[in-house]
Design a protein around this ligand. Structure first.
Ligand code: ATP
Ligand code: MG
Length: 310
């Protein structure tokens, strides 16, 4: 096993004049659950398609399980599982028959096939309902089955494109728990995309934040959160107005300043001393109630990161 399940260098993909993935350099350690976070259209699905060799990069390289995504795409797809937009389930077949079918597609020997299907259905809490027709199932159950399908052939790496999209919080949590347990037990690396930041924070060892094809931050969720926290500052008090905003904006450490609901929200350059800003506000007659640094959770960190101009 390679120490890195995924490694990209300067990976770039254009669609006409649109740069969907922009010089992405990323390393995902083997065995990690990696969450790729970004708003709609930020390049998450395109990245997965590049990694699976379903799309040619315009520039740059991607190595998946030590295989080159340009020249060894077939081998990558053999060793990886993937859940993309379509769950790929047969609605008129039972859950068990669905998995049996795909196990045959993957050429699992009959004995192992049965054992593997049972193991996965049990692991995802679906074994008792294995004979039910999938078409009648809730979205959450279908999604669990779709995840089971990606794991059938014991891939070293699975790509899950928004696995919990459209699930209610309870179903999402159930899928998350089962997925984590299964992934840990089998040592599989998981590359998943999500819009749900609380989810990424609970589920992922590492997250990458992407916007307009560019990787803005990568690391443990708590580190990404801490990074954005350092950059953000919020001031409440009386006397905050447009003049103050303009004044503050002109200060060197300030990258942006906005007034929202009477609160002055600032982004400051990483590591800069902010006490002169507070002194300036006092000098200009602002009666400060509170100065708060940073956001409380990954959601705020994410908004702070993706909310900045490129
Ligand atoms: N085949 C294609 N042809 C042209 N443009 C494309 C194609 N695929 C993706 N794009 C564009 O590339 C950009 C990134 O799309 P992508 O699907 O990777 O985003 P995403 O982060 O997965 O978004 P979402 O969260 O909505 O799924 C978008 O602007 C999209 O319109
Ligand atoms: Mg997508």
């Amino acid at each position: 096993m390679t120490e890195c399940a995924i490694r990209t260098a300067d990976l770039t993909r254009d669609f006409g004049s649109l740069r969907a993935v922009d010089a992405l350099s990323l390393e995902v350690p083997a065995g990690a659950i990696f969450g790729f976070l970004g708003p709609n259209g930020s390049g998450k699905t395109t990245t997965i398609r590049l990694l699976l060799g379903l799309l040619e990069p315009t520039r740059g390289d991607a190595t998946v399980l030590g295989l080159d995504a340009r020249s060894e795409a077939a081998a990558i797809r053999e060793r990886c599982g993937a859940l993309l937009e379509h769950a790929g389930l047969y609605e008129r077949m039972s859950a068990q028959d669905n998995l049996e079918f795909y196990a045959r597609v993957w050429h699992l020997p009959p004995g192992e096939r049965r054992a593997r299907v049972r193991e996965l259905l049990t692991g995802l809490g679906l074994w008792d309902r294995r004979h039910e027709i999938v078409g009648a199932w809730s979205r959450g159950m279908k999604q669990k089955l779709a995840v089971a399908r990606t794991l059938l052939h014991r891939p070293a790496l699975v790509f899950l494109d928004e696995p919990t999209a459209g699930l209610d919080p309870v179903a999402a949590a159930a899928l998350r728990d089962d997925l984590t347990a299964l992934a840990r037990r089998e040592g599989v690396t998981v590359f998943l995309t999500t819009h749900n930041l609380a989810e990424a924070e609970k589920l992922c060892d590492q997250v990458g934040v992407i916007r307009s094809g560019r990787l803005l931050a990568v690391g443990r969720p708590e580190d990404v959160r801490a990074r954005a926290r350092r950059d953000r500052m919020e001031v409440t008090g009386r006397g905050l107005d447009a003049r103050i905003v303009d004044l503050v904006k002109a200060q060197p450490p300030v990258e942006s300043a906005t007034l929202a609901d009477g609160r002055l929200e600032l982004r400051v350059r990483d590591g800069e001393d902010t006490s002169p800003l507070v002194a300036l506000l006092v000098r200009e007659g602002v009666a400060i109630d509170e100065v708060r640094k940073g956001g409380a959770d990954l959601e705020e960190a994410f908004m702070a990161l993706v909310g900045t101009e490129p």
